[in-house]
Ligand binder design. Sequence first.
Ligand SMILES: Cc1ncc(COP(=O)(O)O)c(C=O)c1O
Length: 399
Amino acid sequence: MQNRQTNQVFNFDKFPNFEKDIDLKQRAWIEVKGKAIETNVRELRSKLSKNCQFMAVVKADGYGHDAKVVSEYAIEGGASELGVATLKEGIKLRSFGVKKPILILGNLYTKRDLIISFKNDLMPTISSIRECLVCNNIGKHFGLKFSLHLKVDTGMSRLGFESNKFVQEFEKIKSFENISIEGIYSHLSSADEDNALDSQSITQVQRLKFNELLKQINLDRNNEIKIHLANSAGMLLSKDFHFHMVRVGLSMYGYSPLVKIDKNLLLKPALSLKVKVAFIRTIDKGVSVSYGGKFVSHRKTKLAILSIGYADGVPRNLSGKINVIYNNKFYPQVGSITMDQMMVDISDSNEIKVGCTMVLLGSDGDKTISPLEWARKSNTIPWEILCSFKNRLPKVQVD
Ligand SMILES: Cc1ncc(COP(=O)(O)O)c(C=O)c1O
């Protein structure tokens, strides 16, 4: 090999090939406890009637946890179906050997995508007669039935048949011979709002509308069509939302979306976010730290430089608002979070050294920092925090 700057020629043959195996924990990483997912699914399933099934929602790479690990453990905990957002996510799960039914929650509208879905044994979400017809034609072409779920819009105004046309359109759909309607579902828009159980709430209006539509399409009692409505919040609100299946994401990962947390619900966060201390420096009183000089030291300050930043998915607007844990103690993050690094005031510690591991999310001793806290502080929702972590952060399974 030749050095481009000096033109020196090196022979590295005798050196070990370190690059082949850069330590997953070299910089910053996500740790995932598969067992926590399994335990959470069991715990959540214990709140369902015996016949109510559990769909594990593993879209967006299992809410940033690693869809393969999450699917494996969710199935171990009793999940009978999986929900993804995209065709690619579904195909990836099949490539991991997942055998359970997989529903694509996003919309497929081209014949090509629907054929791929069919060939990979993925069930599409159908929102129109046109999409239904395409599926029927694909089924007919192969001499088989195309399994799918119909979605009806009850108030989200996103995907789904229009509720006032659904009954009429369902009559037509029933006559399609090469589709198999595996499910009929809708999605709640506001079940995590404080007032969700009030009789006038959007959530109750959606539930009543959904019930009314089901009554009108007059499903035969013996039919096998699965009816489903609830996300995590809907599931935790009341059994009235359970029907034949619930579609659960956030709470399976260990967080309740409800403000009024049920003390009897034992959920374990499955994710930790950890980072190495890359450098330590001491600055005098009155010295500014990071871009924009927003933080100025008010004493002689020891700073740990951590190898993580907004390019890894830590929101920049958390600058100066979060803590990091080391050995059961909190240390404040100071100055603007940069693209790849952030600074932490470790003046009160003699034990933190370069190469030590600090905890940004998760627990250490009796201290915990939750994505719910980050979400509150950065004025967003925990779903967005979990889905923002970038591929640059390796995911390490720790059970
Ligand atoms: C259609 C659908 N069902 C279920 C879920 C799971 O929601 P949650 O993470 O709140 O449980 C989602 C997530 O956004 C969704 O889009």
